[in-house]
Design a protein around this ligand. Structure first.
Ligand SMILES: NC(=O)c1ccc[n+]([C@@H]2O[C@H](COP(=O)([O-])OP(=O)(O)OC[C@H]3O[C@@H](n4cnc5c(N)ncnc54)[C@H](O)[C@@H]3O)[C@@H](O)[C@H]2O)c1
Ligand SMILES: [Zn+2]
Ligand SMILES: [Zn+2]
Length: 389
């Protein structure tokens, strides 16, 4: 089969790879019919999260079941399904406490209570480095899906692929951040980062009844996209101090909820880059600092962007003084995916309008490059593994 393989930082190629096989009675094999590139893939692509061996990337995908293991009774050949990006067994202590991203079964080689870049990790993710598995990813013609009796969700026939593909990740990720922050009707929600995750958070904050929804980014084309698809207020963080603007919009107090949807790779100064080397840090916490400043006292912050190391000067004192509630983590996709599918069925949530590029899998390296460099007004790339090149 054809698959997008990571060979090293900025080196990805569409290679011939072995077809996946059933390895466990709870596996299924999926023919991938649509897959996307995520901002999280960029952290591997740029070398911020290490991966030494070649690996098929991709954790946002859906497809058609072609084979099931003997213990998978809920799926049959031909079923169209979308797959949550965390790999969870559905049976361990964490899975039975609504914490599927901390599954104790899916990542036996690197699992442990400590956490951190090279320490023990949580549950496994598709196509997300040896530390989170390794499992081959879904930017491929076929993929093996472990615990297929737990993760995959059948897609109603009337829905198109592009309407549901993002239920694998960015929709539940944005929703996890908003639910963890317990957004209430009438509140003000500020979202830092208007990439795919941020755009979904802006849309969903409105659906949850937020009275004022504000998107912050430094790229005018992404802010324009936010205004267009979410009908929100926008702040250009290059032109204005977003903290001051958000305070001025909220009686000087700040937003009730801030969602951080940037991650560890915002625009960085030379000093920050030097500091990274000196302190063994990866990237910068600028976006977290902005969220802590822009949220009101007693407010809630969800950090959905990915960070991997310890960070100097983390604003713990500000957190205490303002009495913030802060949560972060891999999205608990399994907990929310069914309610979100219902939202799409009802027509309350439209997700496909953020797609800017539809490419055959053969052009995935180009997709990575423009998504990473923010070229061609790229917001979201969807790949078709079966389209002619
Ligand atoms: N927690 C999870 O489960 C989960 C799931 C999916 C993605 N993520 C993470 O979410 C983050 C965003 O993902 P994405 O796909 O939207 O990526 P993206 O890179 O397309 O979006 C990030 C956006 O942040 C903007 N930005 C950079 N610096 C900024 C600043 N200082 N202030 C405001 N905006 C700034 C960029 O211009 C860009 O538009 C990534 O770190 C990704 O790894 C986490
Ligand atoms: Zn992702
Ligand atoms: Zn489990």
């Amino acid at each position: 089969m054809k698959a997008l393989v990571f060979h090293g930082p900025k080196m990805v190629a569409v290679d011939d790879a072995p077809d996946p096989k059933i390895e466990h009675p709870r596996d299924a094999i999926l023919k991938v019919t649509a897959t996307a590139i995520c901002g999280s893939d960029l952290h591997i692509y740029n070398g911020a999260i290490p991966q030494l061996k070649p690996l098929i990337l991709g954790h946002e995908f859906m497809g058609e079941v072609v084979e099931v293991g003997p213990e998978v009774k809920n799926l049959a050949r031909g079923d169209r399904v979308v797959i949550p990006f965390p790999i969870a067994c559905g049976r361990c202590w964490f899975c039975s406490h609504a914490l599927p991203t901390h599954c104790e079964s899916s990542n036996p080689d690197h699992y442990g209570p400590e956490g951190g870049l090279l320490d023990q990790k949580g549950g496994a993710l598709f196509g997300y480095t040896d530390l989170y598995g390794p499992y081959q990813g879904g930017q491929a013609q076929y993929v093996r899906v472990p615990y297929a009796d737990y993760g995959p969700r059948k897609v109603p026939a009337q829905l198109q692929n592009e309407e549901v593909l993002f239920l694998s990740d960015i929709i539940p990720t944005a929703y996890s951040g908003l639910k963890w922050a317990e957004v209430q009707p009438g509140e003000t929600v500020a979202v830092f980062g208007c990439g795919p995750v941020g755009l979904m958070a802006l849309k969903l904050a409105k659906i949850m009844g937020a009275a004022k929804v504000i998107g912050v980014d430094m790229l005018p084309y992404r802010l324009e996209k936010a205004r267009l698809v979410a009908g929100c207020e926008i702040i250009d963080g290059k032109e204005h101090d977003p903290v001051e603007v958000i305070r001025s919009m909220t009686g000087g107090r700040g937003a009730d909820v801030c969602i951080e949807a940037v991650g560890m790779e915002p625009d960085r100064s030379v000093i920050e880059k030097i500091s990274n080397v000196l302190h063994l840090q990866r990237g910068s916490i600028t976006a977290v600092e902005l969220a802590f400043s822009a949220v009101r006292r007693g407010g809630r912050v969800s950090i959905m962007g990915v960070y991997v190391t310890k960070y100097d000067n983390f604003p713990l004192g500000q957190w205490l003084d303002k009495g913030l509630r802060v949560q972060s983590g891999q999205a608990t996709v399994h907990n929310y995916i069914d309610a979100l599918m219902e939202m799409i069925v009802r027509g309350d949530l439209v997700a496909s309008d953020i797609i800017t590029h539809r490419l055959p899998l053969a052009q995935a390296p180009h997709g990575y490059s423009i998504f990473n460099k923010k070229e061609e007004d790229c917001v979201k790339v969807v790949l078709d593994p079966w389209a002619a090149t």
